[in-house]
Write a protein that binds this ligand. Structure first.
Ligand SMILES: Nc1ncnc2c1ncn2[C@@H]1O[C@H](COP(=O)(O)OP(=O)(O)O)[C@@H](O)[C@H]1O
Ligand SMILES: [Mg+2]
Length: 349
């Protein structure tokens, strides 16, 4: 279910040889669950030879010590280690995206985080929408202009002495969910984010890179757009979830979104659509009866089965600044979101 980072140190310098000594299954480099961080390249191997001569320690022992340091650093996340390698949990990255506003990106992001936490997962939320609606659901109302937000993080990245990204992570009332909040200052802050991109730094990628081993899931909530900012999110995530309603425009929406994602994939070959799902649909209406099958056809197998119904619980929970699944754990919305989470985990696990 969890993405696994295989750290391995291969002294053979033959890129085709991928192995672990102790019973860890062999996965090729391009397997979706494989992330290789440390392959000893020939120049590095040469450097290690020099160090090994100087400190009079065989090269293999040097490698083992380096590996041991990594294992110690990430010890709460190491699932197995041997003298040639260790496997470490990596967060799955997921972004809720849609060109259209009001289709349930924020509601779904909040619910997913809450339901994943109830399944024992640790989740980091990144609110990239300057409206700050997600931040509000998790105790950081945007009006309060908190000290640590995405805007400060981006400015810090551009400063002379940047701090670790962890300095900008905020706790929520749910111990299993952290958040990097956002507020209206990011409407301007996003320009700095794009300046950083010009310097070759994608702040979202940096967050994922630095925090991947701390969480099971890193989830982005995005604004209703397909602008340069959302593109940067798409370059930093592996999976995209697309909420949709059941109306005529949603058919075009499906086609446009898929086209957009196909274009972005050139810059991020890992990017994949986890799937689309219906939100806020009232199956008692004739509109829903007409459009649900047509939209299912447009998405094909990418459309998830569960339909999140229209329910006032969503708006009521919004009033309590809480995820709907937390406020109404037995409501129909929560039951269907739970089924959806199950399907998503099966698909991306
Ligand atoms: N299943 C639902 N039933 C009824 N209202 C919903 C549902 N999902 C979302 N809403 C409401 O619709 C509005 C837009 O939802 P939101 O999640 O903020 O969309 P987005 O983030 O895509 O703009 C909010 O007021 C939210 O409470
Ligand atoms: Mg939103």
């Amino acid at each position: 279910m969890r993405q696994v980072l295989y750290v391995f140190l291969d002294l053979s310098t033959k890129p085709s040889v991928y192995y672990f000594q102790k019973g860890v299954s062999l996965l090729p480099r391009n397997h979706p669950r494989t992330r290789i961080t440390s392959t000893v390249s020939t120049p590095l191997s040469d450097k290690l030879s020099i160090i090994s001569d100087v400190i009079e320690l065989p090269k293999s022992e040097l490698i083992d010590e380096a590996l041991e340091l990594l294992v110690q650093k990430y010890k709460d996340r190491v699932i197995t280690s041997g003298s040639k390698g260790a496997s470490i949990f990596m967060a799955k990255t997921l972004a809720f995206c849609s060109h259209k506003g009001g289709v349930g990106k924020t509601t779904s992001t909040a619910c997913f985080a809450d339901l994943l936490s109830k399944r024992g997962y640790h989740v980091l939320l990144i609110d990239t929408d300057s409206q700050g609606n997600l931040s509000k659901r998790f105790g950081y109302p945007p009006q309060q202009h908190f000290e640590k937000t995405l805007t400060q993080l981006v400015d810090d990245i551009l400063s002379d002495e940047p701090h670790p990204v962890t300095d900008f992570v905020c706790a929520t009332q749910n111990k299993s969910i952290d958040i990097i909040p956002c507020d209206d200052r990011y409407a301007e802050g996003v320009k700095h984010m794009l300046s950083a991109v010009m310097l070759g730094i994608n702040a979202y990628k940096l967050i994922v890179h630095e925090l991947s081993t701390h969480y099971d899931f890193i989830i982005f909530d995005t604004k209703p757009a397909v602008d340069d900012d959302v593109k940067q999110v798409m370059l930093a995530t592996q999976w995209v979830m697309i909420p949709t309603d059941a109306a005529d425009d949603s058919i075009d929406g499906a086609r446009n979104t898929l086209k957009f994602i196909k274009a972005i994939r050139r810059g991020n070959p890992d990017l994949a659509v986890a799937g689309a799902f219906f939100n806020a649909v009232n199956m008692r209406t004739s509109v829903a009866h007409d459009y649900v099958p047509q939209i299912r056809e447009a998405w094909g197998p990418l459309m998830f089965e569960p339909i999140i119904p229209y329910s006032q619980d969503a708006k009521k929970a919004e009033g309590y600044h809480a995820p709907v699944s937390e406020k109404y754990p037995n409501g129909k919305i929560t039951r269907n979101f739970s089924k959806l989470v199950e399907e998503v985990l099966n698909r991306i696990g």
